[in-house]
Design a protein around this ligand. Structure first.
Ligand SMILES: [Zn+2]
Length: 446
């Protein structure tokens, strides 16, 4: 029997009120294995640009890569289409599912580049359709077909650079919408036992569990980590207090900073394109209502506003202590200018590269008795309150103060991190070089 390879990408099936595209992948895994396929990779969960204004916060697309017998090809496609159709929130305005069927083992470079652009910027449906045509791939779109973009991007992102894993456990439908019941002590213990090879389990600032999402979606919890083995081990340590319907291990670009793209100059920063940029602090931080902190940076090409919002936690405290003249690197999404605000980088990270001296001007001290002098008014000199000496022709003196921040990298609080944000725990764990994926025994249930 002739064995073939197909990459099945899909996206945009969920809405704020219902569903999750990863859940469709989990159901598909169960259905496809009955067709005697070989999974050549874990299902890939590809997070796309989180700053696309019309997408939900998660913005995750899926790809399933399998080897199959030619005679079940039609059944694979039909199963995929009906599973998406049955589980997508098709009545919701703005949910426009798309599926891409891409055959062959090799993913062309142009499709890989398309994926990169979908993760770091904005692409059009037209570009996706052009590539599908060029490479003879098939696509199925629902309503406005927008999900085809993410579907193709998920096919094209083969995770050959840095990547991580996530094990996702799903609830039984009866429990959708109710409060998630998982033993939180077991999560703190799991975090301790598996650190640093799992990440974003708990928010250390608030001592809060963050592996359980909120909202009506079917996910009970998700554990992120460096290997399939470690997320499986972590999963076994967590005690759910409600039934788990199914679970699957995904390979993903989460926690890799894949969305951030460096620019040479500040005038290259574009709305909706997450960025890494360097500049000199040009205005002192200003605290605006709701405790957000705004400052600007500049280089020879432009000056740009940066914002550290309240939920960024410790990052906001660092932003507050910046001074004009500090040389820093900023990481974050870019908000388009509005009538009220200029183009703004919403900070995810700051790296303090060079700190400007903090200078304060003080009255001089009395040369006779060492007491700090009193000013007698602007340009009227100083007087010593202790010995009565007067000093006419001297000014204030510069005093260098200790800075309250140190050089180094600062990252937004765990609770406000994007799916793609690389957390501290992952620094030094980045995967490079050739990726050979070997699926572990028991990577999904059922
Ligand atoms: Zn004196």
């Amino acid at each position: 029997m002739n064995r073939q390879i197909i990459h099945i990408g899909f996206d945009d099936t969920d809405s704020i009120r219902k569903g999750c595209t990863t859940y469709i992948a989990a159901i598909l895994v169960e259905k496809l294995q009955k067709l005697n396929v070989n999974f050549i990779d874990y299902p890939n969960l590809i997070r796309l640009n989180p700053n696309v204004p019309w997408k939900t916060r998660g913005n995750g697309a899926l790809c399933i890569r399998i080897q199959y017998n030619e005679n079940v090809e039609e059944e694979i496609k039909e199963t995929t289409i009906s599973t998406v159709e049955e589980n997508a929130d098709l009545e919701f305005k703005g949910t426009d599912p798309g599926i891409v069927f891409f055959k062959g083992i090799r993913i062309p470079k142009e499709v890989k580049n398309f994926a990169r652009n979908t993760i770091t910027g904005i692409v059009s449906l037209k570009e996706a359709l052009k590539l599908l045509k060029k490479f003879g791939a098939e696509a199925v779109g629902f309503k406005k077909d927008r999900g085809i973009i993410g579907g193709l991007a998920a096919v094209g992102e083969t995770l050959s650079g840095d990547y991580t894993y996530e094990i996702l456990a799903y609830r039984v439908p009866e429990n959708y919408g109710s409060k998630r019941k998982v033993d939180s002590a077991s999560i703190f213990e799991m975090d301790k036992a598996t650190a640093p090879y799992t990440f974003n389990n708990v928010d250390q600032e608030k001592r809060r569990v963050i592996i359980t999402p909120r909202g009506p979606d079917p996910i009970l919890f998700g554990i992120r980590g460096e290997t399939a083995e470690i997320v499986k081990k972590a999963f076994d340590m967590v005690k759910p207090l409600e039934p788990v319907e199914r679970w699957v291990i995904f390979r993903t670009n989460q926690g890799t900073d894949a969305h951030l793209k460096g620019v040479e100059k500040l005038n290259e920063i574009k709305p909706y394109h997450p960025v890494v940029a360097k500049g000199t602090v040009a205005t002192n931080p200003n605290i605006i209502p709701r405790r957000h902190v705004i400052f600007s940076i500049k280089d020879e090409s432009a000056q740009v506003d940066c914002a550290a919002y309240e939920p960024t936690g410790g990052l906001r405290h660092v932003a507050m202590k910046l001074l004009v003249g500090d040389y820093i690197e900023v990481y974050g999404g870019v908000r388009a200018p509005s009538a009220k605000n200029p183009l703004t980088i919403n900070l995810e990270k700051i790296r303090l590269l060079k700190l400007a001296p903090k200078i304060v001007y003080k009255n001089p001290v009395c040369v006779k008795c060492g007491k700090r002098l009193k000013s007698m008014g602007k340009n009227k000199g100083f007087r010593c309150e202790k010995c009565g000496s007067r000093y006419a022709n001297i000014g204030k003196v510069e005093v260098k103060m200790k800075r309250e921040v140190k050089r180094g990298l600062y990252i937004t609080s765990t609770r406000s991190q994007r799916h793609l944000t690389k957390p501290f725990r992952r620094y030094g764990m980045e995967k490079r070089g050739k990726t050979i994926v070997k699926l572990i025994e028991g990577w999904h249930f059922p």
